[in-house]
Design a protein around this ligand. Structure first.
Ligand code: SAH
Length: 251
């Protein structure tokens, strides 16, 4: 058997938002590799080996998966959302680039998934309908000054910003610092959405403004969307407002 590696985006949570292509790649695998809680979202299949890991050391996990594939296994490496958005796909290619030449001959496929920003946006209307960008607030792998510079540039240029990894126990202050540096750039009325655990049973969507945005509403399962001065807010009588980006694309 010649080895194969699929890097599979599981989507943001519930099975209905996982693609049939992802389900097929998972079902065809002899081995599943990934962060333990993500593997737990994949239905057990008899005769399939599972290799759960903690959420650090992504490149070591990728090397493990590539080693299994080089031994002839059919390996699926899983990520939440889309594997190419702050997920395992980059770690796999980093490992291939630095690894033995044989890894470049493996059959590798990346199976796309629905990223948290798309699931969150869909809940609230169409806030990403025009130009937008995604920024991870984690400064584990890049200095905070780089994060801060990108935030200022994105907000100054009129991009809606999707903030991933807004905070964690080890990084408790980043989201508050991000709001503080956006406040002089954007109007206080700019819509901000806290979308937590989207498509999971504990889902919560809060809509507020930049003036009132409080980082205490977020945890590591939250995707934060920061609008622009062009973002439209459509009030509804007994439901949260809809937000959308007008197609003309500027205020
Ligand atoms: N590859 C993933 C992102 C992984 S980074 C994707 O494409 O979605 C982890 C961050 O993703 C979390 O800190 C959170 O900001 C976001 N996230 C993942 N799943 C989420 C969900 N169901 N609801 C809201 N945010 C989510």
């Amino acid at each position: 058997m010649s080895g194969r590696l699929s890097v599979v985006g599981l989507g943001p949570g519930e099975a209905a938002v996982r693609t049939p292509q992802a389900e097929a790649a998972l079902a065809a695998a002899t081995d599943l590799v990934g962060y333990g809680p993500y593997l737990a979202r994949v239905a057990a299949a008899p005769a399939q080996a599972r290799h759960p890991s903690d959420n650090r050391e992504e490149v070591a996990r990728a090397c493990h998966a590539l080693g299994l594939a080089a031994d002839g296994r059919h390996v699926a490496v899983v990520s939440s959302g889309d594997a190419g958005v702050f997920g395992m796909a980059s770690a796999v290619f980093e490992a291939i680039e630095a690894g033995p030449p044989a890894w470049r001959r493996l059959e590798v496929e990346v199976v796309p998934g629905i990223s948290a920003m798309f699931a969150a946006a869909a809940r609230i209307g169409a806030p990403l309908g025009h130009d937008f960008c995604a920024i991870s607030l984690s400064d584990n792998l890049k200095p905070w000054e780089v994060v801060a510079q990108r935030l200022r540039a994105a907000a100054g240029a009129g991009f809606v910003v999707a903030l991933y990894n807004p905070l964690s126990r080890a990084r408790p202050w980043q989201l508050g610092a991000a709001f503080d540096l956006l406040r002089p750039i954007l109007p206080g009325a700019t819509p901000v959405v806290f979308a937590t655990a989207v498509t999971r049973p504990e889902e919560r969507i809060d809509v507020t403004t930049l003036a009132d945005a409080d980082q205490a509403r977020a945890d590591m399962r939250t995707l934060v969307l920061v609008g622009t001065k062009a973002t439209r807010r459509v009030e509804r009588p007994s439901a949260p407002p809809w937000l959308y980006a007008p197609r003309r694309g500027c205020a």
